[in-house]
Write a protein that binds this ligand. Structure first.
Ligand SMILES: Nc1ncnc2c1ncn2[C@@H]1O[C@H](COP(=O)(O)OP(=O)(O)O)[C@@H](O)[C@H]1O
Ligand SMILES: [Mg+2]
Length: 240
């Protein structure tokens, strides 16, 4: 299904300032992702995957290059415009779940709606719907510590969905989960993608990446392969 362009990145670089000088974590990345795609970002530790996801999620700014998110030039936006674009377009899921420990699951899920200025009754209703969506409707008033890691990740996914984003960015969402629980979480991502949500998911596990329909591989801050799942790996630089 060829959809509209959600992400268009060109010549993107990111260098970190370190005590030893500038460290180039991304060295010129080009990538286009269309609406409805399901992309796994792979590559060894330190290859730049999280740096790239943080730029896609507008959590950090690139050193140079262009990023067009949902038709808007990210570099040209004022901070409040960028926050608004991010809030309505993107849902984030992290490896560590990042739930607030003293808040109920319902309040955790509703949190992005507070920032979006939605009133309390509507927030409650939407948060409950999302908890039901991920199979945790009965736990709305529980604290995160009362549920398992897999359930906590479901809550984090519910929180990511609560603003009805068209894009989910997930950085190693199964990194802290056993393989059975990982499969359940991946089944949920698969359902969301079939409902039309674009998914970009970092993993270094081939079993997890297999759920995606496209696999992009990073090495030393550049993309070294980009292929449909199931296709033989072929380095970008080599002729056919
Ligand atoms: N805030 C930072 N300051 C300095 N170096 C960083 C910072 N974040 C990441 N790096 C370095 O950038 C490289 C890429 O990191 P990262 O994007 O986290 O890789 P990955 O997610 O693929 O493991 C690594 O060498 C890492 O040490
Ligand atoms: Mg990482």
């Amino acid at each position: 299904m060829a959809g509209t362009t959600v992400i268009a990145v060109s010549r993107l670089t990111k260098s970190y300032e370190t005590a030893a000088g500038l460290f180039p974590a991304l060295k010129g990345v080009d990538l286009t992702i269309h609406s409805g795609e399901y992309v796994a970002v792979m590559g060894p530790s330190g290859s730049g995957k999280s740096t790239f996801m943080n730029l896609l999620g507008c959590l950090d700014r690139a050193t140079s290059g262009d990023y067009i998110l949902d038709g808007r030039h990210v570099e040209s936006l004022a901070p409040d415009e960028l926050a608004a674009l991010r809030g309505r377009t993107i849902g984030f899921v992290f490896q560590g779940f990042n739930l607030l420990p003293r808040m109920s699951l319902e309040d955790n899920v509703a949190l992005p709606l507070v920032y979006a200025g939605i009133d309390l009754a509507a927030r409650r209703q939407r948060a409950r719907e999302m908890l039901e969506r991920v199979g945790l409707g009965n736990y709305a008033s529980s604290l995160p510590s009362r549920i398992s890691g897999g359930q906590q990740q479901r809550v984090a996914i519910a929180r990511a969905l609560v603003n009805r984003p068209r894009l989910i960015l997930a950085d190693e969402p199964t990194g802290n989960l056993d393989s059975h629980t990982s499969e359940e979480i991946m089944a949920l991502f698969g359902e969301l993608n079939r409902e039309g949500i674009t998914i970009v998911l970092v993993t270094h596990e081939p079993d997890v990446a297999h759920h995606a329909r496209r696999q992009v591989r990073f090495l030393d801050g550049v993309i070294v392969s980009d292929r449909p799942t199931g296709a033989a790996e072929r380095p970008e630089a080599l002729p056919c």
